[in-house]
Design a protein around this ligand. Structure first.
Ligand SMILES: Cc1ncc(COP(=O)(O)O)c(C=O)c1O
Ligand SMILES: O=C(O)CC[SeH]
Length: 423
């Protein structure tokens, strides 16, 4: 029986007792039930899962249960779940496997002899670095041709016609994230997969494989691999109150869908991802997945009503002329929890505002871009946000425990900060 969430945990004080955390797209705290699952596994399932005696069997059983729970969360089969160290590894594993397959398939010979010998990969221009930099490196080192499809500046999404327009005879992978970490825009993955599959049905070789990085969507919106139609789907624990571990969903790993190990070892994960399993973290991932399956509707509703209240309060306090929502793209679906907002004015650069806030803990964009200095987010610029507005962006992402009182306190903090900065 799935356990329903207890009162969601609030970020540990970490010396910030009176601070309010609104950066849940960067990372989330662990649910208390997840902490309990990890602790119990540390105590009771320390054995090597490959050992035949009881200590190993206990660990193996926990891992099997977690695999089932993660599969249930994404609507897949347990045998299609491969545990990884996190989302970065999962994303790299997809690109590695697709290139290996291209090299090994007979098709490559024909292309090598009769046409462009390199595999062609299509990604969007708003992907996480663990997709964008992988593709960039493959191109720089002459291992693949890469096309970055620009998202529409009207919808913030990758539009199917734009993607199909850049498909080539040697295209072998389309990788587009399910939801963007800065704008919250949900990409039309189901439509993209349907359109690409129609091309595959014409009997072309290589088959175009389909990957989506679902890191920011899991735990916020329904994710169903059958409905989406993807071959690969990236799972990132620390975005849905699980530990820093991840998984890759592969539809028929090593059979229907190619999957090749990036390194070799003791045969774990059916040789797709060897290394003695991190049982406690896997147990935590499974428990967090179980909570998402049991509570997603409530999580989503709470985050959406809280985010909408935040946006309403920002407009009331600052006036509609001073507030620009960079996460509003009419007609596009968006994550329930993400509010990307710019407070307009020459003295209100996002980083400056956040550094002066006494209560709010948030970011101006992706945590892994925090060293950008004062340069505005390329994600926002790619979505058509002007440089002066993007420079003032605040990425506010609410969580399961964010309350209206938290929102009121954060908006008051922002009001005081703006008064201070505008003199
Ligand atoms: C969209 C997206 N993809 C991939 C990752 C990388 O996951 P990990 O931090 O587990 O490597 C993250 C978060 O860090 C992310 O937000
Ligand atoms: O968006 C974030 O902060 C996580 C990816 Se770097």
């Amino acid at each position: 029986m799935a356990e329903h969430a207890s009162e969601p945990s609030r970020p540990p004080s970490q010396g910030t007792a009176d601070r309010i955390y609104l950066d849940y797209n960067a990372t989330t705290p662990l649910e208390p039930a997840v902490i309990r699952a990890v602790s119990e596994a540390l105590r009771e399932a320390w054995g090597n899962p490959s050992s035949s005696y009881i200590a190993g069997a206990n660990a193996k059983a926990l891992i099997s249960k977690a695999r089932e729970d993660v599969a249930t969360m994404v609507g897949g089969r347990a045998e299609d779940i491969i545990f990884t160290s996190g989302g970065t590894e999962a994303n790299n594993l997809v690109f590695h496997s697709v290139l290996e397959e291209f090299k090994r398939s007979s098709t490559a010979e024909k292309l090598l002899n009769g046409g462009p010998g390199l595999p062609h990969i299509i990604i969007s221009n708003v992907e996480h670095d663990s997709v964008q930099l992988v593709a960039e490196n493959l191109q720089k080192t002459g291992q693949a041709e890469v096309t970055c499809v620009a998202v529409s500046t009207v919808t913030g999404r990758v539009e199917a016609e734009d993607l199909l327009a850049v498909v080539r005879p040697n295209t072998c992978l389309v990788s587009v994230m399910l939801a963007n970490n800065e704008t919250g825009v949900v990409m039309p993955i189901r439509e993209l997969c349907q359109r690409v599959k129609a091309i595959n049905k014409q009997g072309r070789h290589p088959r175009i494989l389909l990957h989506t990085d679902a890191a920011q969507a899991l735990g916020k919106i329904q994710v169903d691999v059958a409905d989406l139609g993807v071959d690969y789907l990236t799972i990132v624990g620390h975005k849905f109150y699980a530990p820093r571990i991840g998984a890759l969903y592969v539809r028929g790993p090593g059979g229907r869908t190619p999957l090749y190990p990036m390194f070799y070892g003791g045969g774990q994960e059916r040789n797709f991802r060897p290394g003695t399993e991190n049982t406690p973290m896997i147990a935590g991932l499974g428990k967090a997945a179980e909570l998402v399956t049991a509570n997603l509707h409530d999580y989503e509703n709470h985050m959406r009503t809280t985010r909408l209240y935040l946006e309403q309060r920002l407009k009331e306090v600052f006036g509609e002329e001073k507030v620009r929502f960079n996460s509003h793209f009419p007609g596009s679906d968006s994550l329930p929890n993400t509010c990307n907002v710019s407070l307009l004015g020459p003295h209100l650069r996002g980083r400056k505002v956040l550094s002066c806030c006494k209560t709010l803990l948030a970011s101006v964009g992706a945590a892994c871009h925090s060293d950008l200095g004062d340069r505005p987010s390329h994600i926002l610029l790619s979505c058509g946000v002007s440089p002066e507005v993007a420079a003032n962006a605040l990425r506010l992402s609410v969580g399961r425990s964010t309350s209206r009182a938290d929102v009121d306190a954060v908006v008051e903090d922002l009001r005081n900060t703006v008064r201070l900065l505008e003199g």
